[in-house]
Design a protein around this ligand. Structure first.
Ligand code: PHE
Length: 339
């Protein structure tokens, strides 16, 4: 095959190049080792009288190849551009599922907010407690039957250590470490050695409150609890106080809110009375103040304590306390919108 025929052959190949890849084209025809470059290398072997014609044809081929290459590059760019513009940036993204706050936390935070508004701070303490903070300082004498009111998880090796049965233990710590006036609430987890049922659990949560100052009276306690009940359950909520007994308060009371008797469930949960117990309270026993280094002839105070589960069950009409601890997503997801 003569060199001129060779040029024609390559020209046909250039025209017929069907792939859309500019780089492949460049490698085959235009690079240092490509077909056209090597034809230029043949130039010196062409007889002088043919050099002019050969050169012309070869240049034509090179120009043609260059044009084709430019065209391939342009259409390549157009393609990447068009794939980019196919991404519709106005489409909504893929949503990430949102977690929800646990209903116990929602209610705990509600209660904290209600008391913060009237100047209460938040105190915390250990869940593993000693006998002094959980019982003795709170006027539960040793061997006294009142200790049986709260079935306790003790630790085998050391009868002095227990899981706290209430967060009153935190209040003892606060009174030991701060001077009145004291106005604090202590939210936290507590433990009681009780059979698990729809109504009670061996782990639950409490918020307890303590107010100590000069001249604090039972009227202050009642008004504080009325304020709480109305913030929590609605502005028209009615409460009543029934006499009760706690070793650490004297006098002591239990507080009911009026739930009403509109539905059959109301009859069931209020045992037909329309009233529901929500918390225990009383004036701090002077013995407790003295145990914690506060002069009971100068200061008086009140305390109250409530179970968070109970408030949450009332607020969200949950009829089984075990649901709070099972972490069943079908239950928890219902609280996403409240988070
Ligand atoms: N500590 C009590 C309980 O766990 C509640 C309570 C607190 C009652 C403060 C009166 C005053 O049941």
């Amino acid at each position: 095959m003569s060199l001129l025929e060779e040029i024609d052959k390559i020209k046909l190949q250039v025209e017929a190049f069907a792939k859309e890849n500019a780089e492949e084209f460049r490698l085959e025809f235009l690079s240092q080792k490509g077909k056209i470059k090597s034809l230029f290398g043949e130039f010196k072997n062409v007889p002088n009288e043919q050099k002019k014609a050969f050169g012309q044809r070869l240049n034509e081929l090179k120009e043609k190849a260059q044009e084709k290459f430019d065209e391939l590059q342009r259409s390549g760019k157009r393609q990447t551009q068009s794939t980019i513009s196919e991404i519709d940036t106005s489409l909504p993204g893929i949503p990430h599922p949102l977690g929800a706050k646990h209903p116990i936390n929602i209610v705990k935070n509600d209660i904290i907010q209600i008391f913060k508004k009237i100047g209460y701070s938040v105190s915390e303490g250990p869940e593993v407690e000693d006998d002094w903070h959980n019982f003795t300082a709170l006027n539960f004498p040793e061997e006294h039957p009142a200790r049986d009111m709260q079935d306790t998880f003790f630790i085998d090796k050391d009868p002095d250590i227990a899981l706290r049965t209430h967060t009153s233990s935190v209040q003892v710590r606060v009174m030991e470490n701060q001077k009145p006036p004291i106005r604090t609430i202590s939210p936290g987890r507590v433990f009681r050695n009780e059979a698990i049922s729809a109504r009670s659990h061996c782990i639950f949560h409490q918020v307890e409150g303590l107010y100590i100052d000069k001249g604090v009276s039972f009227a202050d306690l009642k008004q504080t609890l009325l304020y709480f009940a109305r913030e929590m359950y609605g502005a028209k909520t009615k409460i009543r106080l029934r006499p009760s007994y706690f070793p650490f308060t004297e006098p002591s009371a239990e507080v009911d809110v009026y739930w009403g008797l509109k539905t059959e469930t109301d009859y069931r949960i209020t045992k037909g009375t329309g009233w529901l117990e929500i918390l225990g309270c009383g004036m701090v026993d002077p013995n407790v103040l003295e145990n914690c280094g506060i002069d009971s002839s100068v200061y008086s105070g009140f305390a109250f304590g409530m179970g968070i589960e109970r408030q949450a069950m009332l607020k969200y009409q949950i009829d089984d306390i075990r649901l709070f601890f099972e972490n069943d997503l079908r239950f928890l997801k219902q609280f996403v919108s409240l988070t």
